[in-house]
Design a protein around this ligand. Structure first.
Ligand SMILES: [Zn+2]
Length: 256
């Protein structure tokens, strides 16, 4: 399948250079992106025979352009539950389903974690479209309660088990080192988790004290997001019985 992309004009700290909208074969678009007129026009010009719109998850930098594209072309919209309205989406997909796209089979893989409904799409050639589950550079933000770190790690391991060849992320460059990148993502999260356990053990019991210890030089504008990542890890540790939360502070559960 020939894979092309159109970069949306929405760069930022979470979107990197912008959303990469993928054009699959001659008739499908994946993660159409934000509903910015010039972006919608660029997709239509690059894909004049649009028949299918695929979406990974509901965030505003991925799904909204599906609406004007469908309106203009009549393309069939395919998305997991919770993305856009039921009247707009033609087919709801879940993990394990297979789709026939432009003569190729795309497998849907459930990857909750970044959001609860997030799915990835895998071609029979091993090309994996990861949405926001894996980015081409940097790491993905997990914002509880919809984002869930335990689910996220499980999803990374699911993707690893499929042995993909290349990763096409919604943000950042295409990666030919798919398995190594997933291993790096898993190792990074486990390392962060260990830093939190070490911080708790050393007497940092509040989220801000953990953040100061783990990210000492962090730009003020990113401190809030960093603290939310720490909270996401703490929720996972709590669910595993390894951490107790009491009155806004966190404590390691004594090992018996
Ligand atoms: Zn997202």
């Amino acid at each position: 399948m020939i894979i092309r992309d159109v970069l949306a004009p929405n760069p930022g700290p979470f979107t990197l250079s912008g959303t990469r909208t993928y054009l699959l074969g001659r008739s499908a678009v994946l993660d159409p992106g934000p509903a910015i007129d010039s972006h919608v026009e660029a997709i239509r010009a690059a894909m004049p025979n649009l028949k299918t719109i695929l979406i990974t998850h509901r965030h505003g930098d991925h799904a909204p352009a599906a609406v004007p594209l469908k309106h203009a072309t009549g393309a069939r919209m395919i998305a997991p539950p919770g993305v856009l309205d039921d009247e707009q989406v033609d087919q709801r997909v879940r993990g394990g389903e297979r789709l026939d796209i432009d003569g190729e089979t795309l497998e849907v893989i459930a990857t909750p974690g970044h959001t609860s409904e997030h799915v990835c799409y895998l071609t029979s050639d091993g090309d994996l479209f990861t949405g926001d589950t894996i980015l081409g550079e940097g790491t993905t933000a997990i914002f509880p309660p919809d984002g869930n770190m335990a689910d996220y790690l499980h999803s990374l391991r699911t993707l690893r088990s499929r042995n993909p060849r290349r990763i096409f992320p919604a943000h950042g460059p295409t990666r030919d080192d798919a398995v190594a990148l997933i291993d790096h993502y898993i190792a990074h999260r486990l390392e962060r988790e260990q830093q939190i356990v070490t911080a708790l053990d050393a007497g940092a019991h509040t989220v801000s004290s953990m953040r100061q210890r783990i990210y000492p030089e962090l730009d003020k504008r990113l401190q809030g997001a960093a603290e939310v990542q720490i909270v996401a890890h703490l929720i996972k540790l709590e669910s595993e019985g390894r951490v107790d939360a009491r009155g806004g502070a966190y404590f390691l559960t004594p090992v018996v």
